[in-house]
Design a protein around this ligand. Structure first.
Ligand code: IDP
Length: 162
């Protein structure tokens, strides 16, 4: 029985995932993308960019007063970042779980940070931490026209509900 796609759209979200400069330098872009693809999420935006101080001060607006903020900006501007928007069921929370805790020392094996990093100041990847945060961050990093609505042909397999 075919069901309309609209019956599966409850809980479909978008989130910002970014491979930070250490992840790009260490050539982890491909395997980070692969983890999200394998899980079943849909890529709807992707670009490589040099982050500016201005973008970062908005992105990390809650952290600008922290003592580590200047180092964070140096890190995040040290080379290109690969920014992505992923879409799917529960993608915000699922991405955070796939990425792991902020401090790689606390990140379980199997998570991106737990597998690929050691120190909180070089933790390889960013993922939005709430649906509202994701919406805000996606607007910051992407123009609306850079996000594509496209139909993923395996949708009825990854979302089949019986
Ligand atoms: P998140 O990236 O897991 O959402 P946030 O608390 O929003 O964590 O921190 C943003 C980023 O700032 C972290 O991913 C990490 O790169 C950096 N950061 C956070 N806390 C520290 C710290 O105590 N020392 C150095 N860098 C930190």
């Amino acid at each position: 029985i075919h069901r309309a796609q609209s019956s599966f759209t409850g809980g479909v979200e978008r989130t910002l995932v970014a491979v930070k400069p250490d992840g790009v330098q260490r050539r982890y872009v491909g395997q980070i993308i692969q983890r999200f693809e394998k899980r079943g999420f849909k890529l709807v935006g992707l670009k490589m960019l040099q982050a500016s101080d201005g973008l970062l001060s908005q992105h990390y607006r809650e952290l600008v007063k922290k003592p580590f903020y200047p180092n964070l900006v140096d890190y995040m501007t040290s080379g290109p970042v690969v920014a992505m928007v992923w879409e799917g069921l529960n993608v915000v929370q699922s991405s955070r779980r796939m990425v792991g805790p902020t401090n790689p020392a606390e990140a379980p094996a199997g998570t991106v940070r737990g597998d690929l990093s050691l120190h909180v100041s070089r933790n390889v990847v960013h993922a939005s931490d709430s649906v509202e945060g994701a919406e805000r961050e996606i607007k910051l990093w992407f123009d609306g026209k850079e996000l594509l609505n496209w139909e993923c042909y395996d949708h009825s397999l990854t979302y089949k509900e019986d």
